[in-house]
Design a binder for this molecule. Structure first.
Ligand code: PLP
Length: 405
């Protein structure tokens, strides 16, 4: 035997008593079977064994189990990004002739996917007003196969009456999928929404998350998840997942496993800081509206309160992200200059990481429906990181002072 063959067949065995609390990083394409019979009979679909790296490793299975536990689901599938999770749900569940309904205030690329690939595949879509269950009801037809939900909505941060929307989907026999990135599995229970005293609990059919945001928390990993309690749905999604080959790398899964234990702490800290800053923004003359569902007067505050304020969480929980509407006497250039003047808030997409971020938006350009509840003016979204709150407030104050009076 040559040494190069020896090198490849080195008799490495993981030490049996190396019992560290951290999950090992198992990296593999090939998984070796003891014989052909084992190769033929091993089952990857129900995760009872390992067959190929793309079908799962001890590292990814562990992450999937922990994410499902966090949200109260029973099955979890990992995808290479949050957007890939959305795309996976659409492609696994929809066919030509079906229609999907998406909130007009949904994460933008969810809508763009419907306008692009889904339309090209003969799958129709409509955007609905998430703040008006009657609007959703009026749009559901015999061809409606899937309804997307998002709470709170992207950028304008409206918190919908999620219970009413889910009840509507159930009553009409339509599947509903929640983009639960904002709630992170902490702010409310997507699979156990409580409609009211004495009512049976109610849940969405599946959730997706951009793990890229809070679960990662570092601003350094892209990953997504799909979680459900339905065995049948899990099987459909898993088979598609295998056929489309959208697995994740073990090193990325490891980073998620490392960040998850501090998820609740970070979420709470960023929530507290964001609410303090949003409340301060309510007193700034240049901001005519503050869009944060946990703030009295914020869009959908009552819905947020009903779902997220519980005896266990008397203050409720919310993501550390909010927007302001800037007085319409300031033009787009002046609003951009305000963002440029910020020192600690960096200009960039995403949220849930250690660094505070800012993005100006022109909502009219990305919304199809009227937004009567929004005041006129440019929208600026702030994502609150882990800096000292006073520093962030001082930063906002100095950038505001640079606006013309
Ligand atoms: C960021 C985000 C996504 C997409 O996540 P990526 O990992 O960046 O693809 C989906 N939905 C919401 C609500 C998001 O904020």
């Amino acid at each position: 035997m040559t040494r190069s063959t020896d090198l490849i067949h080195h008799p490495y065995q993981p030490p049996a008593e190396f019992d560290a609390p951290q999950v090992g990083v198992f990296k593999a394409s090939t998984v070796i079977f003891p014989n052909v019979a084992a190769m033929r009979t091993r089952e990857w679909l129900n995760k009872s064994s390992y067959t190929y790296g793309l079908h799962g490793t001890p590292t990814t299975f562990t992450l999937e189990e922990r994410l499902a536990t966090l949200e109260g689901g029973t099955h979890c599938i990992l995808t290479p990004s949050g957007l890939a999770a959305i795309a996976h749900v659409d492609l696994a569940l929809l066919k030509a002739g079906d229609e999907v309904l998406i909130p007009d205030n949904a994460y933008g690329p969810n809508k763009a996917l419907a306008e692009g690939e889904l339309a090209r595949f003969g799958i129709d879509h409509q955007f609905y007003d998430a703040m008006n269950p009657h609007d959703l009801s009026a749009r559901i037809t015999a061809r409606t196969r899937l309804v997307w939900l998002e709470a709170a909505g992207s950028v304008s941060m409206e918190f919908p009456d999620l219970v009413a929307l889910v009840q509507l989907c159930k009553a009409r026999g339509v599947m509903c999928a929640l983009d639960n990135t904002w709630g992170a599995g902490l702010a409310f229970n997507a699979f156990d929404l409580t409609p009211g005293q004495g009512d049976a609990p109610l849940g969405v059919d599946l959730t997706i998350h951009a793990l890229t945001k809070y679960p990662s928390g570092g601003g350094d990993v892209l990953m997504g998840s799909i979680i459900t309690r339905s065995d049948a749905l899990a099987k459909t999604l898993k088979l598609s997942h295998m056929r489309m080959g959208t697995g994740v790398g073990a090193n990325d899964a490891e980073l998620l496993l490392r960040s998850l234990p501090s998820l609740a702490l970070r979420y709470r800290a960023q929530d507290l800081a964001a609410r303090q800053l949003a409340a301060w923004c309510q007193h700034q003359a240049a901001f005519v509206q503050v869009l944060h569902p946990a703030l009295p007067g914020g869009p959908g505050h009552d819905h947020w309160e009903r779902l997220c304020v519980t005896p266990k969480e008397p203050q409720g929980l919310a993501a550390g992200i909010f927007s302001v509407v800037v007085d319409s006497r300031f033009d787009a250039h002046q609003v951009d200059a305000f963002c440029d003047a910020l020192r600690w808030f960096k200009i960039g997409y995403s949220w849930g990481g250690p660094m505070s971020l800012v993005v100006p938006y022109h909502l009219g350009a990305v919304r199809q429906l009227a937004n009567a509840h929004l005041h006129a003016g440019r929208v600026v979204r702030f994502c609150i990181g882990l800096e000292a709150v006073q520093d962030l407030q001082d930063d906002l104050a100095q950038a505001l002072r640079q606006l013309p009076t």
